[in-house]
Design a protein around this ligand. Structure first.
Ligand code: C2E
Ligand code: CA
Ligand code: CA
Length: 744
């Protein structure tokens, strides 16, 4: 009896001890799990914050770079305020800016879209101190009442001393919001604030309760319970310190992490509901209970669970930081990482990096709507991805850099005909995008062949530079980043830098290339061709400098100088009682489009008392594409003043013979390519052009005539005038004068 009582007591004591041990073990274990979960949660939060910060920071800086590039372009080319309008309106993509503005110091403004400017110069100018580019706090647009985030950048005078203009890019609220993506949905908020607690921009959720430029921190600390204070936070932010604290809001435990954005005094602030970070917390606790019964199994389940949850959250984070939402393609950041890997793994091989975008993509969006625009981008991405399938796995890579700009890296093979393959690919793309009807997609393509020890940053930067120049050449053709390209960049810079002095120093001279009657072989005219001569040597050929001047908007300066030189020469010859033929001058399309062009020309001829019928205006065939009606009116205006109008380079472009009927020109000048190609087919075309021209009373001139056979053939089909090396090369004025004298 006594024995059994003692046993019972021992049993109870043992039981109690066991229970205490079990309870203690459980408590310890669940605490441990809890702290692991906390640790896991905070690691995830840190990772998430870093990625978010990086995304916002690089997006903003990318946009600032673009703006700086445009500014450098304007500065470098000494573009005047009025010329700048054309430049900024012709920039095809404003990237993520909804509008570009150019202010002069008086507050006059030019806009990229010809819409009224949404901000005032004083809003921006007040913040210019040391003249660097600036990210501004959001400004309220007086037009639509929305906030805009401006970036501004000064443009200096030649001596880099005075600010002439200020270039401003505006981001709309929608774009700003898209800077911040949130993979934690309703459980997470992200905002960017100033160091004194004003909200600059944030994702949708915060904005439902707060608006931009509100006192964000005041609102926060009033609404939530926390042991952390606003003062503590402000103090941290004043010394650019990062930190994390927990607050409670409507029974939720929320992590708040604040990290300097490294732009101005801006901070990125991330709130994440702890439960969403560590949604395993409760399951974890339960698992701890079961663990007491079934140790091994629980551990296993826990390990698997942590692994899966961890990789899912990570995947979401990576998706967020490294992928384009629309096409699901990797973005530029990921491209750099991946390219680095591919390049270092295959260091002996050459790779080809191509950056491309869709020409006039904005037009597609405007015309067909952004849903179709999106579909086009996805289709392009799919076609290219499929085409890359031919390369061994892990050696090629497609990514989307921004809006409609993509980048590809692929193994280079010297024997490959990339031009042909690319044209085939473009055909594929056009076929796959037939849902936009007749509209045919074109691409601007820049490429770079990698060299030993290139980093992915270098590779991408060079392909991007080539691409930015691809916009200047015809679409669907590669611009290579190679030594020729670099030389052409230098040449371009040299041409533009020395142009003004060259005019002053009289380095530009007019040369005369005689035009002969096909029947009598007498001189009937001369084409005026410019020569850039320094120290008795040709400095650049017209084909090298004319396109550069045209593109930089400087050609008018040269051509009006040359025309004045011509008039002075003609006047002196007339005064010498010389019988003169006509003179053909080349006029670039840009000049022709200027409203005062015809009046200026008339004034000039009046000044030197020269009859307009002596002057032929040569307009190249390609100028006839574009604003047809405007051009026709210009031609009629010229003719009504007495000038003759010639269509230059006929046959070099795409105009059909019908153009001859549609445009009221007087003379058609047949491109030498017609003649160079002496096949029967081109002979037939040539004779039918001449026949047709005659039937509508047009005069024909053949240029580039080099051989006796060509002369005989042109005579036989009834061509009126002949010009070319067979007769004479372009010559200085004194030589031409002697030639004329001989004929008199
Ligand atoms: P373009 O108007 O088609 O001028 C004809 C070009 O063919 C000239 O080249 C001329 O020297 C060249 N040429 C003439 N006969 C022959 C020949 O028998 N064989 C060959 N192979 N070539 C011949 P240039 O002078 O180098 O001018 C090139 C282009 O530059 C011109 O093409 C014109 O578009 C532009 N250009 C030249 N001078 C001026 C100018 O003063 N103002 C403007 N806006 N453009 C000019
Ligand atoms: Ca010409
Ligand atoms: Ca020509």
């Amino acid at each position: 009896m006594k024995k059994s009582k003692t046993r019972n007591i021992i049993g109870i004591v043992l039981g109690i001890i066991l229970l205490v041990i079990v309870v203690l073990a459980f408590r310890r274990y669940s605490q441990k799990i809890q702290s692991n979960i906390d640790e896991y949660a905070s690691t995830t939060l840190n990772e998430f914050t870093a990625l978010q910060k990086n995304a916002v920071y690089s997006r903003l800086n990318e946009n600032m770079n673009l703006l700086n590039n445009i500014a450098v372009l304007l500065e470098f080319e000494h573009t005047s305020f009025s010329q700048a309008e054309e430049v900024i309106q012709n920039i095809e993509i404003y990237h993520e800016f909804s509008q570009l503005l150019l202010f002069d110091v008086n507050g006059n403004v030019i806009t990229s879209d010809q819409k009224a400017a949404e901000i005032e110069y004083k809003d921006i100018a007040a913040q210019f101190q040391d003249g660097d580019s600036i990210f501004h706090n959001p400004i309220l647009s007086p037009i639509n009442g929305d906030y805009m985030l401006p970036i501004s950048c000064p443009i200096y005078d030649e001596n880099k001393e005075e600010i002439l203009y200020v270039l401003v890019g505006l981001h709309s609220l929608e774009v700003i919001k898209s800077f911040i993506e949130n993979s934690f949905n309703e459980n997470g908020n992200i905002g960017v604030i100033t160091s004194d607690g004003e909200l600059l921009f944030s994702n949708q959720l915060i904005q439902q309760e707060l608006s931009i430029r509100d006192k964000y921190l005041e609102y926060l600390f009033e609404a939530v319970t926390t042991s952390f204070t606003k003062e503590q936070l402000l103090e941290d932010m004043s010394v650019k310190k990062s930190g994390t604290f927990i607050y409670y809001y409507e029974e939720n435990e929320i992590f708040l992490q604040y990290v300097p954005l490294e732009i101005n005094d801006w901070y990125i602030v991330i709130h994440i509901n702890k439960s969403s970070l560590a949604s395993r917390a409760n399951i974890g606790t339960r698992a701890a209970l079961q663990f007491l019964g079934t140790f091994g199994l629980c551990i296993l389940i826990l390990v698997i669970y942590i692994y899966v949850a961890n990789s899912r959250v990570k995947k979401e984070l990576y998706q967020l930081a490294f992928y384009d939402k629309l096409t699901k393609l990797p973005n530029g950041e990921y491209f750099k990482l991946k390219a680095e890997h591919i390049l270092s793994k295959n260091s002996e091989n050459t790779f080809l990096c191509i950056v491309f975008d869709i020409c006039n993509f904005k037009l597609i969006n405007d015309r067909f709507g952004s849903a179709i625009g999106d579909k086009v981008l996805c289709t392009v991405s799919n076609v290219i991805k499929e085409a890359l399938g031919v390369f061994p796995a892990g050696t090629s890579f497609l990514a989307k850099l921004h809006s409609d700009t993509f980048v590809v890296l692929l193994p280079a093979n010297i024997t490959d005909d990339y031009e042909k393959k690319t044209l085939e690919l473009i055909d594929h793309i056009r076929l796959a995008t037939d849902f936009i009807g007749e509209y045919k997609l074109d691409l601007s393509l820049g490429r770079y062949f990698t060299q030993e020890n290139d980093t992915s940053d270098i590779v991408l930067e060079r392909a991007l530079t080539a691409h930015s120049h691809a916009k200047r050449v015809a679409p669907n053709q590669f611009v290579n980043y190679d030594s020729i390209f670099i030389r052409s960049l230098h040449r371009r810079a040299d041409i533009l830098n020395s142009f003004d002095d060259a005019i002053k120093n009289g380095e530009f001279q007019i040369y005369f290339q005689p035009q002969f009657s096909a029947s009598t072989k007498e001189i009937r005219g001369a084409e005026i061709l410019v020569r850039w001569i320094k120290d008795e040597k040709i400095r650049y050929t017209p084909d090298a400098f004319i396109p550069v001047l045209e593109e930089a908007g400087r050609i008018s300066k040269l051509d009006s100088y040359l025309r004045e030189e011509l008039c002075i020469t003609i006047r002196s010859w007339l005064d010498a009682k010389m019988r003169l033929p006509h003179f053909s001058v080349n006029v670039s399309r840009i000049e022709l489009m200027q409203s005062e062009f015809v009046t200026n020309l008339q004034t000039l001829l009046m000044k030197y008392d020269i009859d307009p019928t002596m002057i032929h205006i040569e307009v190249t065939e390609t100028a006839y594409t574009g604003d047809h009606e405007y051009l026709v009116n210009k031609i009629i205006e010229l003719q009504s003043c007495g000038f003759y109008v010639e269509m230059d380079d006929f046959g070099s472009g795409y105009s059909s013979l019908n153009v001859l009927k549609d445009i009221p020109i007087d003379i058609v000048k047949l491109d030498m390519k017609f003649i160079e190609d002496s096949t029967v087919r081109s002979g037939n075309i040539l004779s039918s052009v001449v026949r047709m021209a005659k039937s509508i009373d047009l005069i024909t001139i053949a240029e580039g005539v080099e051989t006796q056979e060509q002369v005989s053939y042109l005579e036989s089909i009834g061509c009126n005038y002949l010009q070319g090396y067979f007769f004479a090369k372009p010559m200085p004025k004194d030589e031409f004068f002697s030639l004329l004298e001989k004929e008199q």
